[in-house]
Design a protein around this ligand. Structure first.
Ligand SMILES: Nc1nc2c(ncn2[C@@H]2O[C@H](COP(=O)(O)OP(=O)(O)OP(=O)(O)O)[C@@H](O)[C@H]2O)c(=O)[nH]1
Length: 763
């Protein structure tokens, strides 16, 4: 226990401390000074062994005590208290307990184990401890801890006095913090105002009629004037071109550095890193990742702030700061705001450049260009269009009507709605001019704005008069060529036709219609093979199938509408399909009726006797050979009759050759009328006739010969009167041959002559 004198002395030291603290409490300029002042006074005026102020803090995930000020003899005590688990904020040491509970904690003996940890603490020969919570307005700042060298210190009165000191200290902390806050708020407001003014100056630069480089230079100047920014008066702006940064503006940059930084690839050095990452790069010092160096370069820090748009990286704002500069939230936010403003300026500039380029192109375009509102009110015409309007005497552009009423109506009803709906409408139209109409191709465009709505309407008309003239000329040439082709094919003496691959008639000449008698409507539904005579149909199909790949020539009979069969020789060949047709085969056909008739006549003449019209000897012999072959093969009977007019010489002599000729015809006629159709009658020569009677035996032959003899004798021929003939007959003996048979029948005839004529003899 303390003695009465000791108690007084304890009270005195507490009172001395409180008294001495008054000046510090009112005069301290900052919190650190206040805390340190109180600790000093506690030790020097209160003669306590040790005093310190603990604030709660964090070390990673651990809550710890932070000594904010201390005075007196401590001998490693602080380190032990602040790192020991028992005295951590989560622990139960005096300082921790006071902070956590908000109540004063007193330890009067270093053997007091009521507060765990205190017994283990090295009090540095101190024997008592008081931990006073520093609280104000329900906020606990920390604890004032005072150690005394004697056991049993800090009775209730001393503790109350010291508690008052702690309350005053808490009020002082509160007051200083309040002042500090006021100052920082005032400073922040001042800085904010300055920043806003700088930003508005930067933004207004975007509207000034100066080049982008000048604008960027001035932005750097404005930044250097912002007093609270810790910038060096040195900086630059890069613009991105592809994956490269180009130095476009700078202030006070070392000339050598200007050369080195003229072009910086994305990813290279600090600015390249900022561009590649799209994020701020800040460095306090010139480090290894700043490879751009020159002789005499001094250490400095960097703000490399990417200038970003929604499309990507536009460039980098590069600001220099003194070496060791500490980045400040307000400063970082301001630099970001400046880069956002720069993005706006650059984007507008690029858009302006693009617009100017487009405007120059549109203005110089050879097309007629009109740009107007989405309600189709025109508000711009390019040079070509203005010239056209002037030419047409139109001065009121807003209400000009260049197109015909019909075309205007179509544009209004179809063109503009389609363009507004689909973005584009294309057509052709005609512009009315004073002397002529100007054919144009027209395109109406409706580009959309950022919200997807049509922003304006642009009408582009192109003079297509040259093309139209060429098309008209080509059409006229095509018409003329068609007329010429028609004239040619219609003047052909042959029939002409074009077939498609299925053989259907595509085109034909007038001869075709005339000779076959069908109408063009009927022909348009027909194939050429439909016209073939039934007997020629198969051959016709075969020929025109072959004509798809190679030329063919075919003789075929075509049947006219009336059923008449006309022989044609048709030459047909495949053709390359002319444009827009299905033509596959072209052909011409010549009517060969005359040739066929001539051939028939020639054949007839070759086989027939010109006087009597009967088969001649040559043809008869062929018949005879064939028939005898058949008789040999099938052993069928054949009988030959040979007759000779009696005393014919006297007919000629008496009546002349003309009568003789007629007499021969008379005999031929009589014979022709008397024989059967299976018999073959021929003039053998002179006044001799021969009859081949197939399937006839000798007796039947003799009967026939006798019948003929009688018929001939009975038939009177004027002016000659009776004409008779002698007959020789012979039946063919198997395999005796024609010559032998003829010899035998000739002998029989001779015998008949010898026998007195007008009779029949067998050989
Ligand atoms: N008018 C005419 N006379 C012909 C033709 N061919 C032959 N003759 C004549 O027929 C006559 C045949 O006379 P011949 O051979 O003496 O026989 P024939 O007078 O009939 O006496 P036979 O046969 O013995 O009865 C000749 O005068 C021939 O000129 C002919 O085509 N026309």
């Amino acid at each position: 226990m303390e003695t009465k004198g000791g108690v007084e002395s304890c009270m005195n030291r507490a009172l001395a401390t409180v008294r001495a603290a008054t000046e510090v409490l009112t005069s301290a300029g900052c919190e650190a000074d206040l805390l340190q002042g109180i600790c000093d006074i506690t030790v020097h005026h209160g003669a306590y062994r040790f005093a310190w102020v603990a604030y709660p803090g964090e070390d990673g995930a651990n809550q710890v005590l932070r000594p904010m000020a201390h005075a007196g003899y401590e001998s490693g005590y602080l380190a032990q208290v602040c790192t020991g688990r028992a005295s951590s904020c989560a622990g139960s040491g005096p300082a921790t307990t006071a902070i956590r509970t908000g109540k004063t904690v007193i330890v009067r003996s270093d053997s007091d184990s009521s507060i765990p940890g205190c017994d283990k603490a090295d009090f540095g020969n101190s024997r008592s401890c008081i931990a006073l919570p520093l609280r104000w307005n329900k906020e606990t700042y920390g604890a004032l801890v005072i150690l005394a060298s004697r056991t049993g210190s800090f009775d209730q009165r001393e503790a109350e006095e010291l508690g008052e000191l702690a309350d005053k200290l808490s009020a002082g902390i509160y007051s200083l913090r309040l002042k500090k806050n006021h100052r920082s708020v005032e400073r922040a407001l001042r800085n904010e105002k300055e920043a806003q003014e700088a930003l508005s100056r930067i933004l207004s630069l975007g509207l000034r009629p100066i080049s982008l480089v000048e604008k960027l230079d001035k932005v750097l100047d404005i930044l250097f004037e912002v007093s609270w920014l810790g910038l060096e008066k040195e900086g630059s702006v890069f613009l991105a071109r592809g994956r490269e940064l180009r130095l476009v503006a700078q202030r006070h940059l070392n000339p050598e550095l200007q050369c080195l930084c003229d072009s910086v690839p994305f990813g290279y050095c600090l600015c390249g890193q900022a561009a590649a990452q799209g994020a701020t790069v800040f460095r306090q010092h010139l480090g290894d990742d700043h490879p751009v160096r020159f002789d005499g370069i001094t250490d400095h820090g960097h703000y490399c702030q990417p200038i970003l748009s929604s499309e990507g990286v536009l460039g980098v704002l590069n600001l220099y700061v003194p070496a060791g500069h500490i980045q400040d939230d307000a400063e970082s936010a301001f630099v970001r705001a400046v880069s956002d403003s720069l993005a706006g300026i650059i984007e507008r500039e690029l858009a302006d450049q693009e617009r100017q380029r487009l405007a120059a192109v549109v203005e110089a375009s050879p097309d007629y260009v009109c740009i107007g509102d989405v309600d189709a009110t025109p508000n711009y015409f390019n040079g070509r269009a203005r010239a056209l309007l002037e030419h047409c005497g139109i001065s009121d552009y807003a209400s000009c009507r260049l197109f015909s009423d019909e075309a205007s109506e179509r544009i209004r009803r179809e063109g503009i709605p389609t363009a507004l709906r689909e973005g584009i409408w294309q057509s052709e139209g005609v512009i009315r001019m004073e002397n002529r109409n100007l054919p144009v191709s027209q395109v109406i465009l409706a580009p959309r704005d950022g919200s997807g709505k049509p922003a304006f309407l642009a009408t582009i008309c192109r003079d297509i008069s040259d093309r139209k003239e060429a098309e008209t000329a080509a059409e006229q040439i095509a018409v003329r060529e068609k007329q010429f082709a028609n004239a040619v094919i219609n003047s052909l003496p042959e029939i002409f036709f074009l077939l498609d691959f299925s053989g259907r008639l595509l085109r034909w000449n007038v001869n075709f219609e005339r000779e076959l008698g069908y109408t063009s409507e009927a022909l348009a539904q027909m194939r050429l093979t439909d016209l073939a005579a039934p007997s020629d149909f198969e051959a016709c199909v075969e020929a025109f199938t072959a004509a798809r790949v190679a030329g063919v020539s075919i003789e075929v009979e075509l049947q006219t509408l009336t059923g008449r069969k006309v022989p044609y020789v048709i030459n047909a060949m495949p053709i390359d399909e002319p444009e827009h047709t299905r033509a596959a085969i072209v052909g011409v056909g010549m009517d060969i009726s005359n040739r066929k008739a001539l051939e028939a006549e020639m054949e007839r003449r070759a086989c027939h006797d010109f006087l009597t019209g009967l088969l001649n000897r040559h043809c008869f012999t062929e018949h005879l050979e064939r028939e005898l072959d058949r008789a040999d093969r099938y052993e069928c009977p054949v009988t030959l009759i040979l007759l000779d007019i009696d005393d014919f010489k006297s007919v000629n002599d008496a009546h002349g050759h003309d009568v003789g000729d007629r007499a021969l015809k008379h005999v031929a006629s009589c014979l022709q009328n008397a024989v059967r159709s299976a018999d073959v009658l021929a003039r053998w020569g002179g006044e001799e006739f021969v009859i081949l009677t197939p399937e006839t035996q000798l007796e039947s032959g003799r009967f026939l010969a006798e019948k003929l003899r009688v018929e001939l004798e009975r038939a009177r021929f004027s002016p000659v009167g009776t004409i008779t003939a002698s007959f020789g007959i012979a039946e063919y003996q198997p395999r005796e041959g024609a010559d032998t048979l003829l010899k035998r029948v000739d002998n029989a005839l001779y015998a008949a002559k010898h026998a007195g004529r007008n009779c029949v003899h067998r050989g």
